[in-house]
Ligand binder design. Sequence first.
Ligand SMILES: [Zn+2]
Ligand SMILES: [Zn+2]
Length: 128
Amino acid sequence: MSVLEGRCHCGGVTVRLPAEAFGLVACHCGDCQRLHGNFFAMLAVPTDQVEWGGELAPQWYASSAQARRSHCPRCGSRLAKQPADGQRTLVSVGLFERDLPRRIRKQVWTESHPGWYDPPADDPGTAP
Ligand SMILES: [Zn+2]
Ligand SMILES: [Zn+2]
C-alpha cells in the first residue's frame, strides 16, 4: 500500500497515512485561526488508518466539546484534529512534503474567515 509519510518540525513525531487519504480540507473556523494562526489544511483519514510513530507521542488537547487536537510535546507543531466520535482524524497537511500533489478539495467555515484573506478557490478536479 502506498503511504504518505510526515513529521513534526523537530522530527519527534512521525505519521503515516494511506496515500488515498481524502483532502485537502481547509477549515476557516475561529478555533483553527487561533490554534494555527491561519486556516487549517488537513487530510481526512479513518482514525484506525493513522499510524503515529517516532520517539514522542502526540499530546492531545480538548479544544471544544466537539473535538480534540494534538501537537508535538517538544516543538509544538500542530498535528491533527479529531472530532469527538473518534471515527476520523484530520491530519495537518503541513507535516508532509511540500510537493504533495494535492489542492484544496473542500472548505468549511468559510463564512468565519478573517478579513485579511480571501479563501482560496476550490479545486475539485484533483484527486483524491
Ligand atoms: Zn516535534
Ligand atoms: Zn476549524
